[in-house]
Design a protein around this ligand. Structure first.
Ligand code: B12
Length: 450
């Protein structure tokens, strides 16, 4: 439980020395309880009190890691229940379920799709980060064969070993430990053996139980044994129950301030329905509330496009507008005669337009004025993308000194700006481009071959 100002006050030396910058120890304690000052500011606090305080003021929800190298992922560490209260910090990760009882064809198809669905949206790589590899056969060799295949063929995903048999778990960890796998399957019966394997290999351990009470009990025991790298789940296979469980885990941590449930969660939406689009619907629910790893039966673009876009929206910081820095951006090996285009500083627009320019393979310059972080038409309607703002950007970025071209390509949606820009930039010609950026590759090729 979090400490109150009075709890902290009792631990202080009560010298009222003012060296911390506060008039009294009580004032310092109150500020510390709110997280407004560091305990270190008190020069006379005992080491024991410092340790107690560090523990009590640590975030209520633990931040955990899995994976290795450039495929290392962070989960948890959330401080608010609702994104708009502040921000969510660590995005959920998606997983695809592979079982050692599936046919080779089925496994091959799933792995091929996991490798194929891989694209960039607003600067972020989108792919399934976790291969949930389940031992259903109870046969060690059969399971290890699948795990080895995943290790060799799944190019992007980190394995999550799923078994409740410590002997199989041990062999499985040995097979893929370099990849920083998650070990999932500790429960009230096997937790001691599973904790030992996780501890020895420094792995994130998935703990599950039939219901929240049993989960609370087993997590308490694991914590008092000193292991803290956990991710939690219940075995609920009905949507309402699973949703209740996952929300309660988060509320227990953040509202009741009980660290026993202060861990991220795994959600098996593949157990809720065998229908692909029902799984999609459930997954959207758990992106918003509070799945940290969301397991699906499969992935393809019809699932990935909505899910990854939703995740990207939920896990952006609402305190910061999604915008790029104003400036003159070089795309490809552009020289001083290369075409010059202008767009706005709304991140989505910038990444779409720069992506299409790259796709055209025509090296070019992209001018970004300060347009308030809004889309083309929104910025235009708000008066932030106008003849004047574009002309100001041309001057501010030193475009006339850096480039020889005196032509600027504008978005087709704001063709109406042409005379205003030409008035504000004497000697310049405005060329109206297409309305949609996807038409840019053809347009740019025709434009440069005139
Ligand atoms: Co608004 N809004 N909005 N809005 N908004 C819309 C733009 C629209 C069209 C809605 C409508 O009435 N039909 C109107 C504008 C109408 C008009 O004047 N023609 C509108 C209005 C009127 C407003 C307000 C003035 C409302 C008000 O307050 N009265 C305010 C203005 C803002 C302010 O601060 N005062 C307003 C506010 C908003 C909010 C809610 C804040 C959000 C803005 C979020 C943001 O921009 N960061 C908002 C949105 C989301 C929209 C909406 C629904 C989508 C805009 C969007 O994100 N588009 C549109 C409706 C719509 O467009 N469907 C209305 C996606 C991006 C990627 O598109 O920037 O245009 P884009 O880029 C594309 C193309 O232009 C092209 O490629 C891109 C992809 O194809 N392209 C190209 C881009 N750059 C370049 C460059 C070159 C060289 C080329 C060739 C092509």
């Amino acid at each position: 439980m979090a400490l109150t100002g009075m709890d902290i006050y009792k631990m202080l030396p009560k010298k009222n020395c003012k060296e911390c910058g506060f008039p009294t120890c009580l004032a310092f304690a109150m500020k510390l309880a709110q997280g407004g000052v560091e305990a270190e500011k008190c020069p006379y606090m005992s080491e024991e009190a410092k340790m107690k305080l560090a523990e009590a003021t640590a975030p209520l929800m633990k931040t955990v890691k899995f994976g290795s190298g450039d495929k290392t992922y962070t989960l948890g560490g959330e401080t608010v229940l609702f994104r708009h209260e502040k921000t969510f910090v660590n995005r959920n990760r998606f997983a695809v379920m592979l079982k050692d009882t599936m046919s080779d064809d089925e496994i091959n198809q799933k792995i091929a799709n996991m490798n194929k669905v891989n694209y960039v949206r607003i600067g972020e790589n989108m792919f399934v980060e976790v291969a949930a590899v389940k031992c259903e056969s109870k046969n060690k060799d059969q399971y290890l064969k699948l795990l080895k295949k995943v290790k060799d063929e799944c190019k992007l995903a980190v394995p999550m070993i799923i078994t409740d048999d410590p002997e199989i778990a041990k062999a499985a960890v040995e097979e893929v430990k370099d990849l920083g796998p998650i070990l999932y399957g500790a429960n009230p019966q096997n937790y001691e053996a599973m904790v030992n394997i996780a501890k020895e290999n420094n792995l994130l351990l998935g703990v599950e139980a039939d219901n929240l009470e049993a989960l609370y009990d087993v997590v308490s025991k694991i914590r008092s044994g000193g292991y803290n790298e956990l991710i939690l789940s219940t075995k609920a296979d009905k949507a309402k129950q699973l949703f209740d469980d996952i929300v309660n885990i988060r509320r227990t941590a953040l509202v009741a301030q009980d660290r026993v449930f202060g861990y991220p969660s795994v959600v098996f939406v593949n157990n809720l329905s065998s229908d692909k689009f029902m799984q999609l619907a459930y997954a959207t629910l758990f992106v918003e509330k509070y799945g940290s790893i969301i397991v699906l039966d499969e992935i393809d673009y019809s699932l990935a496009l909505p899910l990854f876009a939703l995740r990207q929206n939920i896990f952006t910081d609402p305190q910061k507008p999604m915008r790029v820095e104003k400036g003159l951006y070089k795309i490809g090996p552009a020289e001083e005669n290369a075409p010059l285009l202008v767009t706005v500083d709304f991140a989505l627009t910038y990444f779409i337009v720069s992506g299409e320019i790259e796709r055209s393979k025509v090296p070019a310059w992209l001018l970004i004025p300060d347009a308030g972080g809004l889309s083309v038409l929104t910025a235009w309607a708000a008066g932030k993308f106008s003849g004047k703002t574009i002309a100001d950007a041309v001057k501010e970025m030193g475009v006339e000194e850096k480039l020889k071209t005196r032509e600027i390509l504008i978005p087709g949606k704001v063709a109406v700006l042409k005379p205003d820009i030409e008035d504000a930039l004497p000697g310049w010609k405005v060329v109206v481009g297409p309305e949609e950026a996807e038409m840019l590759p053809k347009f740019l090729k025709d434009y440069t071959n005139r």
